[in-house]
Write a protein that binds this ligand. Structure first.
Ligand code: NAP
Ligand code: GDD
Length: 326
């Protein structure tokens, strides 16, 4: 039985990855940090199948202990301060958690189990003010947020440990991926939650920032398969994972509102509060290397993804509405 350690297992990607690895017969160790009010929402259904270890990315001793306890064949480093907008008001915390802590995790693996295969969650946000389109593994980085800058550090330190210590360390440069388990602040989920609230009479408007930004949005359930595939190769390498399609935030809004029979123009209010100090205008990934080498492909397209998320929020909020009206 293979053993995997996942950091960030309570997040969106961690929960899908844990499901995938459990279905493949892995023993899954999930690392979570202590919080006053624990949140297992994304993993409630598999909570009892996960071996829980306590650890905080910023605390090397706890990571060493997590690696020692789990003795993993594979380590998936998914934990991060992942919300780009929060990285301006909290640049130092973002740097500690999303950048420097990657070194903590790599050190823990190097010291305790250097033969373990290591996956680092890199990001298309590193391409920032893009210097070529579509973006691929060789496209230079130009990050536009403290989060993007932190991810560039995490990416290069992973490459550096691979080259310095001959560790099997891979970096997945993943473009935006979403699901019903996406955090509520991210634009896809904010929109599908907002659409459901308006449809059910729980809200009258949806306040958003820049509607012109373009993103390459895929389904998280498809993307975690690519993470696993990267660690099944003979040689460690870095891969772009994307859909190869880009859509504006406005298109996202239109598809979501139309799905429930509403015209978005009657409900969306532009609010400066959600406009960022520096924007990533366009992301569009070229994942041909992953398709060729890993044999990876998508199952869910953009419209299916948005509809899946609206359906899920409609269901959740309908149940809530019924509950409060009893
Ligand atoms: P997410 O839902 O925000 O999950 C982040 C996870 O990290 C949560 O489980 C969180 O735990 C944990 N965490 C945060 N700070 C921690 C700390 N100091 N110590 C231990 N755990 C900590 O993120 P996601 O969307 O699943 O993304 C997973 C990874 O991929 C992240 O590194 C993200 O930056 C990267 N990424 C995401 C995308 C995307 O589109 N989703 C694209 C490219 C890269 P709590 O519940 O305690 O906060
Ligand atoms: N969150 C949010 N809220 N974004 C908005 C809003 C709003 O009200 N209005 C417009 N947007 C625009 C943002 O300005 C951005 O251009 C786009 O919607 C997407 O924002 P997010 O969903 O917050 O995602 P992100 O692209 O900044 O970052 C996500 O993808 C990265 C990969 O490219 C995160 O998952 C990162 O962790 C990930 O690395």
């Amino acid at each position: 039985m293979k053993k995997a350690l996942i950091t960030g297992v309570t997040g969106q990607d961690g929960s899908y990855l844990a499901e995938l690895l459990l279905s493949k017969g892995y023993k899954v160790y999930g690392m979570r940090r202590r919080t006053s009010t624990p949140n297992f929402e994304n993993v409630e259904h598999i909570k009892d199948q996960i071996e829980w270890v306590s650890g905080d990315l910023t605390d090397l001793a706890s990571l060493i202990e997590a690696v020692r306890l789990s003795d993993p064949d594979e380590v998936y480093n998914l934990a991060a301060q992942s919300f780009v907008a929060a990285s301006w008001p909290q640049p130092l915390a973002t740097g500690q958690i999303t950048a420097l802590s990657v070194t903590n995790m790599l050190e823990a693996v190097r010291l305790v189990k250097p033969s373990a295969k290591f996956y680092q969650a890199s990001s298309s946000e590193m391409f920032g003010r893009v210097v070529e389109t579509p973006q691929k593994e060789t496209t230079p980085f130009y990050p536009r947020s403290p989060y993007g800058v932190a991810k560039v550090y995490g990416h290069w330190i992973t490459v550096n440990y691979r080259e310095s210590y001959d560790m099997f360390a891979c970096s997945g440069i993943l473009f935006n991926h979403e699901s019903p388990r996406r955090g509520i602040e991210f634009v896809t989920r904010k929109v599908t939650d907002g659409v459901a609230r308006i449809k059910l009479g729980l809200a009258t408007e949806l306040r958003l920032g820049n509607l012109d930004a373009k993103r390459d949005w895929g389904f998280a359930g498809d993307y975690v398969k690519a993470m696993w595939l990267m660690l099944q190769q003979d040689q460690p390498d870095d891969f772009v994972i994307s859909t190869g399609e880009t859509h504006t935030v406005e298109e996202l809004v239109k598809v979501a509102f139309e799905y429930v029979g509403l015209d978005w123009k009657n409900y969306v209010v532009l609010d400066e509060k959600y406009v960022r100090p520096a924007e990533v205008d366009l992301l569009l990934g070229d994942c041909s290397k992953a398709k060729q080498v890993l044999g990876w492909d998508l199952e869910v397209d953009f419209e299916q993804l948005v509809h899946m998320m609206v359906d899920s929020d409609m269901k959740r909020l309908s149940q809530y509405k019924e509950m409060v009206s009893i």
